[in-house]
Design a protein around this ligand. Sequence first.
Ligand SMILES: [Fe+2]
Ligand SMILES: [Fe+2]
Length: 446
Amino acid sequence: MSGHGKGERRAKERRATPKDRRARQAPPPIGKDRRAAADRREIDRRTAGQRLDVILDITRRLMSVTDLDALLKTMAEATASLLAADRATIFVVDRERNELWSRVALGAGEIRFPVGRGIAGTVAQTGEAINIADAYQDARFNSEPDRLSGYKTKTLLTFPMKGNEGRVIGVFQVVNKRGGGAFTSADENTLASLGASAAVAVENAQLVAEQKRLWQSLIETLAITVDARDQQTAGHSQRVTRYAVVIGKALGWEGKDLEKLQAAALLHDYGKIAVRDEFLQKPGKLDDAEFAYMKAHAEKTGEFLQHLVFPHDMREVPMIAAQHHERMDGKGYPKGLGADRIHIGARIVAAADVFDALTAPRYYKPAYPLAKTLEIMDGMAGDHLDPRVMKAVHDALPALEKTIEELKPTWPKPGDQGMGSIAEAAGGLSERDRPSVATPAAEAKP
Ligand SMILES: [Fe+2]
Ligand SMILES: [Fe+2]
């Protein structure tokens, strides 16, 4: 198929507005022809109406998806079915790098290329659609992906997704119209209708993702800041977070609950920022007054985090974080809460906290092997740790073991300030890491 003349006609059609196209339609019919034309118009109207319904339905669905990857996937599927295309890919413009990227095309992985390159790149640059009836007859078509995947592209419609002030936000690319034939101007109109709301959905999702990144990096920075105050607990908050997530998953947690747990774990020791260096870094035993001062960190965590305006579904984070030294028997701190008043998230963070204190080296003890760690923690179940959480720790052992290996490079090293000589290992936890003054962890009864 040469496609040249058709290509030119289509190019003209593209420039014409739908109103122009309607105006160009047949002159007023007469007699029998008039009825046939009316029927045709009715069919057209019904089809247009149906398409509109579908577009509205897709729009509604798109607006409810705020995760960008999920949105692009939904959008690609909807576009392919709406246009009866074999495949659809949505490319997003990355304005900072002046590139297009997609995660939807040809399975896993992300593809990237500069704006201006290839057909999608050209559409992103010019903001004009490109409708090709035979890809292999078009010099702009890059057949390399076809060659690699064994797929054969024939018809190809590439359409800009425009946001505010006509800015191109992304590009729709639909491939191989089912039942043969090229993509039509009606297909382009459909994409134009979908495009505006799709652009809003993409921009929303990008905004949500940006805010999430900002939020995540903010709380990570807070955690790094507090960990950096004391080299012997370097990386502690990050590790507790990873262990808490593994344990949370073993309890069947997912989504928002895990996010909440993650934030609370990252920030659990934030109150240490207010503990004076002489207590925080003092090797050896703390006297009662010093220990009381050290203990205040959990309360301070809650106090400081009250100043952060958490999103509605994350409101419990300061409370969960502040409860990480509470105990099942009510002998914990700062409040000495009874078991039923300790948030389950705090019980998970408490277990993850002890797990890291035992598995990582501290100035007063070496890194304990997993078996010894579990023996000590099992001894703490009931009085201190929640037995249900401890069951999850056991269920998650392979994942925990793998996570320890991954996190070993973040452990404090013997030469680090405050680490002293690990050979002085005394066994169990120091009072810093211990749940309460009353019951040394290593000797706790089940
Ligand atoms: Fe703590
Ligand atoms: Fe901690």
